[in-house]
Design a protein around this ligand. Structure first.
Ligand code: GDP
Ligand code: MG
Ligand code: ZN
Length: 356
């Protein structure tokens, strides 16, 4: 690598990027640390500063995946002191963590770029779900990064529960590294620290409330990221955190992420669990395994509403969202059939009074 780029290696610059880098001699190479609407927070060896996308770049690149996201490398034109930098080029991404855009479009949405390893975080208390884990694994591999599984909140479960989850992961043929830790007892934190290598980029993904921000704060040694308040169940409520690339003392680069809903795949046991972990938790006490929490006898969720332990509003919201996501998951053909059947129903209902 040329001297110009030596200092950049601390920020994740590498030979792969070097080979493809095409910035002007006057340009500054910088890494995107955060994106706030049109404004970028970028880092280069001199520090962190603000930049804007050039109008020309915006004009020529209209797809969401063409816009810089956290982890991207950009070329920034020289700017007079005190003025905001202009990012006018996005460098090719070595890896991409992304999800498909909603709807029929062929596009996708970027979550993070140039990530070496994605830590898929699940809490071994109430959040553990092998199917969801597998979906994340597919997403990570699809983008070319290495996956690693991180189970949190080990303080809230018996050792046998954790052992069973590990066994379930291995029984499914998943061979990626699995780490387990507690942010409360700090057991496992040192082990995680040791796996995070300097100048490598790690992205934390997983449902909201599993402890991603808390882990990163632990690694930093101070409360930099906003975490959720603890509720009586120990699961915490919803907080959104913007994605941000942070340099740890040991030199590793980490990216926090808001909840799973951001990742799409809004399905029965995926996105909905984000804000409704209380309901998911109570559901194990329902009489029927597939209880819909609407009319079944022995429903622990409705019992909680009746007892005043859960608001009716929260329950209604869950039922409504679940119905929507069930509908969204139907294939196009199924949807059309449903619409047609509904149309027939409306017709026949109308035709009744006419024939009388
Ligand atoms: N008991 C326990 N609670 C934890 C642990 N890690 C995080 N929490 C709590 O879980 C809640 C959500 O944590 P947060 O880091 O905001 O989750 P995030 O949404 O994944 O970033 C907070 O109330 C944390 O204090 C843990 O290891 N054990
Ligand atoms: Mg968080
Ligand atoms: Zn129920």
């Amino acid at each position: 690598m040329s001297n110009r780029h030596d200092d950049l290696t601390r920020l994740g610059w590498n030979a792969w990027l070097e080979e493809r880098a095409e910035c002007g001699p006057e340009d500054t190479l910088a890494r995107v640390a955060a994106v706030d609407r049109g404004s970028l927070l970028v880092m280069d060896p001199s520090g962190t500063f603000r930049a804007k996308l050039s109008g020309r770049y915006r004009h020529l690149n209209r797809l969401s995946q063409e816009l810089p996201c956290v982890g991207d490398w950009v070329c920034i034109g020289k700017h007079p002191a005190g003025e905001i930098g202009r990012a006018h080029k996005l460098l090719e991404r070595r890896t991409a963590l992304r999800r498909k855009s909603a709807g029929e479009s062929v596009g996708y949405q970027m979550i993070a770029a140039n990530v070496d390893c994605v830590l898929i975080v699940q809490s071994c208390h109430q959040d553990f779900n092998l199917k969801r884990l597998e979906r994340y694994l597919v997403m990570v591999r699809d983008g070319g990064a290495e996956p690693c599984i991180l189970l949190t909140k080990t303080d809230l479960v018996a050792p046998e529960v954790l052992a069973a989850q590990l066994a379930e992961i291995r029984a499914a043929g998943v061979t990626v590294p699995v780490l387990a830790l507690s942010n409360v007892t700090r057991e496992g934190i040192e082990g995680l620290k040791r796996t995070l290598l300097p100048a490598k980029t790690y992205c934390f993904v997983g449902s909201s409330g599993v402890g991603k921000s808390t882990v990163i704060n632990q690694l930093l040694g101070h409360e930099r990221l906003e975490t959720q308040d603890v509720s009586e169940t120990g699961e915490g409520m919803h907080t959104t955190v913007r994605r941000e690339l942070i340099v740890l003392e040991g030199g590793a680069l980490v990216i926090d992420n808001p909840g799973m809903r951001e990742l799409g795949v809004l399905g029965a046991e995926s996105g909905i669990g984000d804000s409704f972990s209380d309901i998911i938790g109570l559901a194990s006490g329902c009489r029927y395994r597939d209880c819909s929490h609407t009319s079944e006898p022995g429903c622990a969720v409705r019992a909680a509403v009746t007892a005043g332990d859960m608001s009716q509003e929260h329950h209604d919201h869950y039922i409504k969202l679940r119905a929507e996501s069930a509908f969204n998951q139907l294939s196009y053909v199924e949807k059309r059939r449903k619409d047609r059947d509904f149309g027939k129903y409306v017709k026949s209902a109308k035709s009744v009074p006419e024939s009388e």
